[in-house]
Ligand binder design. Structure first.
Ligand SMILES: Cc1ncc(COP(=O)(O)O)c(C=O)c1O
Length: 372
């Protein structure tokens, strides 16, 4: 699998060129509004003094880091504000490879393709651990795959693409495997506000020098274009205390700093956004999950109802998740989904549908008509 070329665009471009109306279920761009304070924060920013238009501190605006620290109950000196969860994952993975012995990164299969692309790009070896039938990564399978050569283990909960959510026990096990193998657990929690199971546990709940948690406001505040994310590194006084310094340097040498207006607006939104904003987003997605899963039942598809996030993986009878079949679905059914083959081998027969479209009903009807 070529993980270095973004595969999303292939299907999106094919769908855009199609000779018919197509429901886009490929991209993970939320279709709902950001919190009001994001808009008002940006407006207020435009009237700021000239010094507000200059570099932000490299690690991120002080106030924003304080809010993030309070949210996770950690010291602000552990936080680097990044250009999205993507950069946070990059800093965490490269930091883990530098610090720990071994050249291997353990990833789940199916995998969020950017982890695998990044690992290839930085010349790390990759080992893929297939998820269980229910879409979850079994900590024992990770333990069996890990070795002295493992420097980094990446987990993602709620998961893209499987919708799995890991509870506190599973997280503790993942951390234990990292500690046993002298490796870093990178826990990508970018979908943490989209937990429908009530079981989500952050890796930060476990006190360990072997954990970096990554996150962003991209999905939770529906601002993928803003590029505001962060990584929470281990405590500075511990054995991996240098990780945050190294990551800050890498971030600074690459970016100087992140976008100041975007960070400012997010900081305002962190101050004022009520829990009801996130609850409304979950409610909207729960309804879409119900509609879509009912259609999958009617279409005779196999699927696991997502416990979190906003993707559904489905396998239709005699219709493996190849790129050709994804294109066929665009042309014949008017629905664009991602081929499972883009996420590795374990779910190569499946297709992934993103529920970030107001047209889930239409897609559901079309799939029932096509497969039913
Ligand atoms: C699991 C996962 N991590 C990271 C990202 C990237 O997040 P960001 O846009 O904040 O860089 C995505 C985006 O889809 C994702 O699904």
């Amino acid at each position: 699998m070529d993980y270095e070329t973004p595969q999303f665009y292939r299907v999106m471009q094919y769908a855009a060129r199609a000779d018919r109306d197509v429901v886009d279920m490929v991209s993970g761009n939320p279709d709902w509004d950001p919190p009001e304070a994001v808009r008002s924060g940006l407006r207020a920013y435009a009237d700021g003094d000239a010094d507000q238009f200059q570099y932000a501190p490299s690690r991120g605006l002080h106030g924003l880091r304080e809010h993030i620290a309070a949210r996770h109950g950690v010291d602000a000196d552990r936080i680097v504000v990044t250009n999205g969860a993507g950069e946070a994952n990059h800093l965490a993975m490269t930091g883990g490879l530098d610090h720990f012995d071994g050249g291997e990164i353990l990833l789940a299969d199916p995998v969020y393709p950017y982890y695998a692309g990044r690992a290839n790009f930085i010349d790390a070896e990759t080992t893929f651990v297939p998820v269980a039938d229910d879409g979850r990564l079994d900590p024992d399978a990770v333990r069996a795959a890990a070795s002295d050569d493992t420097a980094v283990i990446v987990v993602n909960s709620p998961n893209n693409p499987t919708g799995a959510v890991y509870d506190a026990d599973a997280m503790a096990e993942f951390v234990a495997v990292a500690e046993e193998n002298d490796a870093l657990l990178v826990s990508d929690e970018v979908y943490d506000q989209f937990d429908y199971s009530g079981r989500f546990a952050s890796a930060l709940e476990i006190d360990s020098p072997n954990v970096v948690a990554t996150n962003a406001f991209s999905k939770s505040m529906a601002i993928t274009g803003f590029r505001v994310g962060y990584a929470v590194f281990p405590p500075t006084e511990g054995p991996t205390g240098k990780l945050v310094e190294r990551a800050t340097t890498r971030h600074m040498l690459t970016n100087v700093s992140g976008s100041r207006p975007a960070q400012y607006a997010v900081e305002r939104a962190m101050e004022t956004t009520e829990a009801s904003y996130y609850e409304a987003a979950r409610d909207r997605l729960r309804t879409r999950i119900d509609t879509f899963c009912e259609a999958l039942d009617a279409a005779g598809a196999a699927y696991t109802r997502p416990d979190g996030g906003f993707y559904v993986l489905a396998r239709f009878p005699d219709f493996p998740g190849t790129f050709d079949n994804a294109y066929r679905l665009v042309d014949d059914a008017g629905v664009a989904g991602m081929p499972g083959a883009a996420f590795g081998e374990a779910r190569a027969d499946w297709l992934r549908f993103s529920l970030t479209t107001p047209r889930v009903d239409t897609a559901a009807e079309r799939l029932v008509e096509y497969f039913g």
